[in-house]
Design a protein around this ligand. Structure first.
Ligand code: ADP
Ligand code: ADP
Ligand code: ZN
Length: 214
């Protein structure tokens, strides 16, 4: 089962991708998490990616595509994977299709988690992320059990630098210009499925299970 999560920043892609990964036993591959881990470890890739991420811009395709193409060929991806935050541009989508074709494979589903811009700023200002394990919470809708502490690993949760309203606005513009065209791209391949992402987390997941099968 090879799945792509589409949707605006803050639509709930990561939240749903983790649940899909758990239920269907496939790895969750988040390019944002990979970049943040590289930033934390001070790698060259991390240093390069950070300059773009801090401004709400996309990391260039040259730094992104090879990384994902390599990752999906890992042994743990044999039964599929869920891509969260990739592809984000048409050239990324084309490179992914090309690589899969070379392996005799193709994506099965592109799930668009649909949330209008009006809801996004709230979602993002309330998001709290654990930079140690990648877990995400929301101060109102999906709070941690102990305020400020990650349920999963006990580290501190923080407001990501790029989740501040100024940067979120920029990220939304970038989303509409560069990523939204992927909706038509996957519609054209007959693998697009849309779910209403404004529903509570469990209802969104229910809709996704309805698509993927129990
Ligand atoms: P969100 O989940 O809020 O959409 P991500 O964690 O997916 O945010 O991404 C954070 C940032 O990492 C993006 O704003 C962008 O700078 C960079 N990034 C992540 N994935 C990609 C990608 N596929 N192509 C280019 N940049 C990316
Ligand atoms: P994305 O990966 O698309 O950027 P996230 O999964 O990180 O989005 O979700 C963005 C924020 O919204 C997080 O704070 C998350 O806890 C919260 N969230 C996710 N899904 C829902 C939902 N269905 N209803 C309300 N809040 C949600
Ligand atoms: Zn954690």
């Amino acid at each position: 089962m090879k799945i792509i999560m589409l949707g605006a920043p803050g639509a709930g892609k990561g939240t749903q991708a983790k649940k899909i990964a758990e239920k269907y036993g496939v790895p969750h591959i988040s390019t944002g998490d990979i970049f943040r881990a590289n930033i934390k470890n001070g790698t060259e890739l991390g240093n390069k990616a950070k300059t773009y991420m801090d401004q709400g811009l996309l990391v260039p395709d040259e730094l992104t595509v090879a990384l994902v193409i390599d990752r999906i060929q890992g042994e743990d991806c044999k039964n599929g994977f869920v891509l969260d935050g990739f592809p984000r541009t048409i050239p990324q989508a084309e490179a992914l299709d090309e690589a899969l074709k070379g392996l005799g494979e193709a994506m099965d589903y592109a799930i668009d988690v649909d949330v209008p811009d009006e809801n996004i700023i709230n979602r993002m200002s309330g998001r709290r992320a654990c930079l140690d394990c990648g877990a995400t919470y929301h101060i109102v809708t999906i709070p941690t059990k102990v305020e400020g502490i990650c349920d999963a690993c006990g580290s501190k949760v923080v407001l990501r630098e790029d989740d501040k309203p100024e940067t979120v606005q920029k990220r939304l513009e970038v989303y509409h210009a560069q990523t939204q065209p992927l909706i038509d791209y996957y519609k054209g391949q007959n693998i697009l499925k849309t779910v209403d992402g404004t529903q509570p987390m469990e209802a969104v997941f229910g809709a996704i299970v309805g698509i993927l099968g129990a």
